[in-house]
Design a protein around this ligand. Sequence first.
Ligand code: SAH
Ligand code: SF4
Ligand code: F3S
Length: 487
Amino acid sequence: MELIKDIDIIQAKDTPTETCNTPRISKNNAQKGQRRLYIESYGCQMNFSDSEIVSAIMEKEGFGTTASYEEADLVFLNTCSIREKAEQTVRNRLRHINAIKKQKPQMLVGVLGCMAERLKTKLLEEEKIVDLVVGPDAYRDLPKLIQEVDNGDKAVNVLLSREETYADISPVRLNSNGVTAFISIMRGCDNMCSFCVVPFTRGRERSRDPHSIVSEAQDLYSNGYKEVTLLGQNVDSYKWGGQANKKQTDKIEKEGKKVINFANLLEMVAQVSPELRVRFSTSHPKDITDEVLHTMAKYENICNYIHLPVQSGNNRVLELMNRTYTREWYLDRVRAIREIIGEDCGVSSDMITGFCTETEEEHQETLSLMREVKYDFSYMFFYSERPGTLADRKYEDDVPLDVKKRRLQEIISLQNEHALARNQRGIDKIHKVLVEGISKRNKNELKGRNSANKVVIFPKEKYKKGDYVNVLVTNCTGATLFGKAVS
Ligand code: SAH
Ligand code: SF4
Ligand code: F3S
């Protein structure tokens, strides 16, 4: 049990789209004389993407970003509430920043994102160091809020919106490798999975104007980017009928008017250039359509990779989780993926062990589902009760922590076997790799990804970042493919 004491989340190194406990930090772009903003982001890619919007808003206010909080005038933590540990990490970080603030009392500290939204003014009471609290839909209000704190007051805005998508704001790319970038296509979530805090912290689902999405993709491409990942909590329910508000869009659709769905949007972005790869995340099993799969099959530049979180392999648990699909439905979607796109399409998942009342047999069904699917990759967690969620209000968190952790270790071990077996299928095959940069371990090697989102390492030779290279894979681990460029 010792071994997994601290495992709350299993994070694949270099995987772009998911929750992690390692923060992303702003880079130095402040000019002399500018006020300096340090922004540290936790949680999912949506949060990282929001930090880029926040930086754009702050840049207009005359702030430049810095990579060092010691030299910052303003420190922002863009926070995550998904599991208790995520919040604990932020609270520890605030302790640490407090020590710096003691020597630099003029430094201002803001908490943004999901924890700000969940805790609201309580955060000001609980964490004395915090000067401002700003929820994910209130970033346009930052200039006014900063003015308030400059005047010596505390400032809070945690209003959620049914319309805000920040469609018109060009993000300042903070951690970019110059090759791959993320584009938010929607915000919020209407699903109400019983374990999940996101609907409370991010508000109602709304979609962004497709033209602003396409034009962001075009801008990125003309600035040398070669890959975009379209982001949303449930991309398959993307829908645009002239405005962001989902209720209105549903009404327009009912009246028989044409709306743009996710398959249509995917096609629009794929047509920006055949040289621009398109990925997306996250797909909800209840909503992913054959139309999306056929669109993926039609365009070579839409990557063959789908993140399709199952959460549990047992129908009773899925129902308690309010996932609104069954094991059979889920397996049928995986069958459709492999039939329409092909056996080598990367499929990954999120899974939770020890959800309320989960029995040993039900846990075994998660393992058996994994054996049927054989995921390329999974993010695995033990259940962490979140205040205010449906599960918190309705069910008892009755699986002991050591059982949750033991079950987690079992799914991790099985996943490791599957990841290796799936990677071994790639040996002796040629993979089209988009180079993202130099390998961390060896400067004479390059690192990139194939279409199925697998990391591929190969000798540098004449190739460089941003190139598409055909690599013959000769060897692998569960996490990485190794090979050599072929002409
Ligand atoms: N929108 C995505 C998931 C976003 S949260 C989807 O529907 O799949 C990312 C993952 O965190 C979830 O898929 C789930 O596996 C995990 N998660 C969410 N709430 C959790 C909780 N209370 N305890 C443990 N894991 C949780
Ligand atoms: Fe949370 Fe479910 Fe929405 Fe995903 S789909 S963000 S798990 S409520
Ligand atoms: Fe993302 Fe965490 Fe919020 S996963 S949506 S930052 S709760």
